[in-house]
Design a protein around this ligand. Sequence first.
Ligand SMILES: C[S@@+](CC[C@H](N)C(=O)[O-])C[C@H]1O[C@@H](n2cnc3c(N)ncnc32)[C@H](O)[C@@H]1O
Length: 347
Amino acid sequence: MSFRYIGSKARIVEAIIDHIGEPDGGVFVDAFSGTGAVAQAASRAGWRVHVNDHLLSSAIMSYARVLSSADIPFRGLSSYDNAVAALNEVKPIPGFIWREYSPASSDHGAVSRMYFTEENAKKIDGMRRQIRDWRERELVTTQEERVLIADLMRAANRVANTAGTYGCFLSKWQRQSLDTLFVERSSFPNSVPHATMGTQDVHQVSCKPEDTVYLDPPYTKRQYAAYYHILETIALGDEPEVEGVCGIRPWREKASDFCYKVRAAKAIERLVASLPARRIFLSYSTEGHVPITSLSDTLAGIGQLSVHSLQNIGRYRPNRAASEAASDVGELLFCIEKTKEAKRVAA
Ligand SMILES: C[S@@+](CC[C@H](N)C(=O)[O-])C[C@H]1O[C@@H](n2cnc3c(N)ncnc32)[C@H](O)[C@@H]1O
């Protein structure tokens, strides 16, 4: 993705994949997939991949990165290139995005929301409607529909008048937000191992003992459902009641336990303990809600633990001295091998 997603592992994905290693017959489950940066690297390394994120927008972004050109022939529209060209020709429509997220919002409320120019907002509405129409007429498959929605979200990101998230818009138009929205085609490998997608709460994600699960939970209070609300609306293609100056869609049912300092430690423990997979990797930051020493102690009680710093080569040792030294470490990767039966933790 060409935008800054909070907590994206794009910069350190190679180091993560180095630790995860070669495909071993099981599925690589990216349970908090976000932009899909890690899932994509695993897929390219030969893993069968399952991407999951409780936000549809993130699940779609991720899924579109683990498909091959063979998965998306676009027979109903002749080719992918034709589909993208047709999308760029679509007539702009004054729909929901225009009504709520461009200055046209001041026609029915007190706020002139400046997420998109009116013209770009109408283009998003027109393109989203076109994708839905193609799917309803079965001119595109579900996979092809998801690829086009992902392409549209990337196009919207390029012209969004924000500081990187959709928590709020900027009060002056940024140069890129005045550009005309244009969908660009993505590139796909000719073939990749089979991939699947889910949008479940992480505690509902199913896996088998032979699978490898990668966990990259939020580690700060920033709730993704609120920070990326417009992408979620584009993905869902719905018209929710939005609130406040920033026009945020209802997001509390997607509030994540991992974003609350008082709940995060228990949520991680419950999750890691309950997953049947024998090999679990967890990314966490030294700046996260849960202190690294207590996280290490908890995880060591669930399985055999090794901890790796992904910015300083070497093995991170989770004792107090190491923890203090870790204040400038940043990203850690915990590897839990469940050699003994998972500890049962009360829900
Ligand atoms: C740190 S980001 C993942 C970043 C990702 N690894 C990447 O490189 O782009 C955390 C993700 O977890 C998702 N999430 C938060 N709580 C969740 C939950 N309870 N179940 C499933 N997904 C959740 C968020 O929507 C967000 O996309």
